[in-house]
Design a protein around this ligand. Structure first.
Ligand SMILES: [Cu+2]
Length: 327
């Protein structure tokens, strides 16, 4: 019999005027991730110096399969989503000395209680529950990751990892409203110190994203495999307690953008929950990171319409929904 246990919860809480949280998670304590291999390729690299490693992460159902120990530096994460649901990978760097057991003990219970209260519409009680989170939880840093990727698809993102302990997670919700990270989509990774590396990537296009400007992207985009560089300006905690990130989405002719817009808020009963809105296909992106951070993602583009969008409430009204065409 499998034993599920709370393992990671991560949230960010700043009390009084602002508090923010993110997630919680459980992990199957008996899962083994021993067989994954690190793949190092030399595509798109200036291979004189050591450049970013390519590390594969696989989801077949509701898990992250990858190796337990990574090295520091620029990492290109190739995420194969073989499952039937949309997912992402957010990287949460835990403070020194804290890991998945601490999360299980100190973060899981209050976070779950808070979430239950939100789901019940008891927002004051949710605030009381989040108030039980430990001080150290505010030191969890969000350091990028792979954007939303639709079922049976592969996404690729590149970002920098300092040495430390990370929890990688996905908090998309199943059709019954249960977060994926409570069902196995949370995993602790140790990142050990390594020699510094060059990112070794030349971007085709640059996206700027900042609290007061939203997403700025004015390039003329042509078809093919393209690399987007994402530069993070001022960060901000939005009203559903997350910071802004950017996701690339294919838009079918006639698809209703307002449905995508409202889906991007996990705090909405149907938001970030299966089924994803019809007429859209998520093809990757860059998860949130601190101001001044830079990340990259790669996508195969074909002629048609696309959207760059943040996973925040009503991104369109804040400048975090940007349409463009590939010609
Ligand atoms: Cu997921």
């Amino acid at each position: 019999m499998k034993i599920r246990r709370f393992t990671s919860v991560f949230a960010r809480v700043i009390f009084l005027l602002i508090f923010s949280f993110m997630i919680f998670a459980c992990q199957d304590g008996k899962r083994k991730d021993g067989e994954e291999k690190e793949e190092v390729t030399d595509t798109k690299k200036q291979d004189k110096e050591k450049t970013s490693d390519v590390i594969t992460v696989v989801t077949n159902a509701m898990e992250f399969k990858t190796k337990d120990e990574w090295t520091s530096g620029w990492k290109t994460v190739k995420y194969r989503n073989n499952s039937n649901e949309t997912h992402f990978i957010l990287f949460d760097k835990y403070p020194e000395g804290k890991g998945i057991e601490d999360a299980e003990k100190e973060i899981g219970p209050p976070f779950q209680e808070g979430m239950d209260m939100i789901n019940a519409g008891e927002f004051e009680k949710a605030n009381v529950a989040f108030g039980k989170l430990p001080e150290w939880f505010q030191k969890v840093e969000f350091t990028g990751g792979v954007g939303l990727i639709s079922a049976k698809s592969t996404a690729q993102s590149t970002f920098y990892l300092e040495p430390g302990t990370y929890i990688i997670e996905c908090y998309v919700k199943m059709a019954n409203g249960v977060f994926h990270n409570t069902q196995g989509m949370a995993k602790e990774i140790k990142v050990t110190q390594a020699d510094s590396t060059d990112v070794g990537i030349t971007a085709d296009y640059t996206i700027n994203i900042a609290a007061n400007e939203g997403i700025t992207f004015n390039d003329n985009v042509s078809p093919g495999e393209k690399i987007f560089k994402v530069e993070f300006g001022e960060q901000k905690v939005h009203e559903n307690f997350v910071m802004h990130d950017v996701h690339l989405v294919w838009v079918d002719e006639g698809a209703d953008l307002s449905k995508l817009n409202s889906w991007m808020n996990w705090a909405d009963p149907n938001g970030l929950q299966t089924p994803a809105p019809e007429g859209f296909r998520f093809i990757g992106g860059m998860q949130e990171m601190a101001e001044g951070g830079t990340g990259y993602f790669t996508a195969e583009l074909r002629p048609g319409n696309y959207v760059l969008i943040s996973e925040i409430p009503d991104p369109q009204s804040k400048g975090f929904l940007k349409t463009f065409s590939v010609k």
